[in-house]
Design a protein around this ligand. Structure first.
Ligand code: NAD
Length: 493
């Protein structure tokens, strides 16, 4: 039994009830967590508030050094943590270790960033006045994460927030509590060496209790939420009602446009990885493939052949390419999705079945020949189902591609410069991420990550995403002995 509440020290016996962690590989109970109660939550927030008073005054490059050490600790624990992610979440080991590598990359990025939290300076319209802007930390950042990236998404937020001078309170998914406990332990080791407590904090609990408490808590100026669009609406409304800030990373419904002039070998590999990787449980998973008619019959045959070679099973086995879905509910959503696809005229041409194996949550990766008008195409079904849709010209494909509520990741495969630039232009993809000859999943941390429309509009990780974690202050200094007013206004007694 492990504690699920920590402010640098674990609260010995949190009183929010027990939470089992169940492996989707075979239904084994991996461990139990004592969840945080309302009182435990209060204790953690109080400690975070106290810690913030000091942390905000530590020079940013010094904060960066601590993040660098956390990155080094993650390097040492990469294999162990990756294995735990694989066991608890079900993604294959290489992807799980890749997720830990992403945390390490984020730590490196944040360390560099800690010397680059730049503000602009402006020319004042008044003589002997200086104007500039500076950035200050916000306070406590609440981070609520989804099950499918149990550790990396936290690091996108936490490492940037830390160098910005914020403290973090993390509520992980109730599906993956053990991975969060492990991360907290790794961080505690580094932070306690430097005498810091209350900087990185953990509260494990149900979304409807602890998560809800965070949304309503005025002591948390920013809630960074990663999860479904359905929940995202609730988060935006609840936090908005108190005029708090939100950073939303919600559902995707990602598409690739495959032109007949594309390098089809390259495209095939990208399509299979994008649709089948993480068993179709990435926000950036490829869900819709638009294929130019001339090459469609041939390409679909090659795709079916490739799907036949996908080895499904234990994600810890090095030869496995696709592990289980997260739980029984996810399997039911897959079955229900296939049923509705069929009802609406979609033809399942590969897969479509649940696989009974060792009490795990396995399904077949699935290919569907779909019609562009099917309403189900507008939904994110969080499972490895790929819609195949033929098109005749690029403008039509772009129209269909954009005709969904979500706007996360997109790609075109082509060797034609005009087609690529059309896709990237203002009348092209309407997504936050647009790739050429690269699949929809597997973004690098250096860019700002996030999507438009019902994906929520948030941006995390690289570029200038750090600005969401700070408050901007415009400063004007008068070093003259006069008091000139802006806009030439005269106000004299
Ligand atoms: P989910 O919406 O079910 O849960 C997300 C988080 O919300 C969990 O921690 C959950 O406990 C919490 N929660 C539930 N009720 C709450 C409440 N009332 N108040 C506050 N928090 C509450 O999502 P999921 O099934 O864990 O994850 C899958 C979804 O996440 C997919 O839609 C996927 O596309 C999305 N996702 C998006 C991104 C992105 O960057 N855009 C990344 C990963 C996952």
């Amino acid at each position: 039994m492990s504690s699920g509440a920590c402010w640098g020290e674990w609260i010995a016996e949190p009183s929010g009830g027990e939470l089992p962690s169940i492996s989707p590989i075979d239904g084994t109970e991996l461990g139990r967590i004592r969840m945080a109660s309302e009182a435990d939550y209060e204790e953690v927030i109080r400690r975070a508030e106290e810690a913030f008073l000091e942390w905000r005054m530590v020079p940013a490059p010094k904060r960066g050094e601590i993040v660098r050490e956390i990155g080094d600790a993650l390097r040492r624990h990469k294999d162990d943590l990756g294995t735990l992610v694989s066991l608890e979440m079900g993604k294959i080991l290489v992807e799980a270790k890749g997720e830990v590598q992403e945390m390490i990359d984020m730590a490196d990025f944040a360390t560099g960033l800690s010397r680059q939290l730049y503000g602009l300076s402006m020319h004042s319209e008044r003589p002997m006045h200086r104007m500039y802007e500076q950035w200050h930390p916000l306070g406590i950042v609440g981070v609520i994460t989804a099950f499918n990236f149990p550790v990396a998404v936290w690091s996108w937020n936490a490492f940037i927030a830390l160098v910005c001078g914020d403290c973090v309170v993390w509520k992980p998914s109730a599906e993956t509590p053990l991975a969060a406990v492990a991360v907290q332990n790794i961080c505690n080791e580094v932070l306690s060496r430097h005498g810091w407590k209350g900087i990185l904090n953990l509260v494990i609990g149900r979304g409807g209790t602890i998560g809800e408490r965070m949304l309503q808590d005025r002591r948390i100026p920013l809630i960074s939420f990663t999860g479904s669009t359905r929940m995202g609406y609730h988060v935006a409304e609840t936090v908005g009602r108190r005029l708090g800030r939100t950073l939303l990373e919600l559902g995707g419904n990602n598409g690739i446009i495959l032109m007949k002039d594309a390098d089809l070998d390259l495209a095939l590999r990208a399509v299979v990885f994008g649709a089948v990787g993480t068993a179709g449980q990435r926000c950036t998973t490829l869900r819709r493939l638009f294929i130019e008619s001339d090459v469609a019959p041939d390409f679909i045959e090659r795709l079916k052949n490739a799907y036949r070679q996908v080895r499904i099973g234990d994600p810890l086995d090095a030869s496995t390419l696709m592990g289980p879905l997260i739980n029984r509910n996810a399997v039911s959503a897959y079955v229900d999705g296939i049923r509705r696809i069929r009802e609406q005229g979609g033809e399942v041409i590969y897969g479509g079945n649940v696989i009974e194996r060792n009490g795990g949550c396995y399904v077949e990766p699935t290919l569907v020949r779909s019609k562009p008008e099917m309403p189900v195409l507008k939904e994110e079904i969080f499972a490895p189902i790929l819609h195949l849709i033929e098109f005749r010209d690029l403008e039509q494909a772009i129209r269909w591609h954009n005709d969904v509520p979500q706007g996360l990741s997109s790609a075109i495969f082509t060797t034609n410069l005009l087609s690529a630039e059309t896709f990237l232009s203002a009348r092209g993809s309407d997504c936050g991420i647009a790739n050429v000859n690269i699949g929809t999943s597997g973004a690098e941390i250096g860019g700002a990550f996030g999507g438009e429309k019902e994906t929520g509009g948030g941006r995390e990780a690289g570029s200038d995403a750090w600005k969401a974690y700070m408050r901007r202050q415009t400063v004007t200094i008068n070093w003259s002995r006069e008091l000139p007013l802006a806009q030439g206004i005269r106000f004299e007694l």
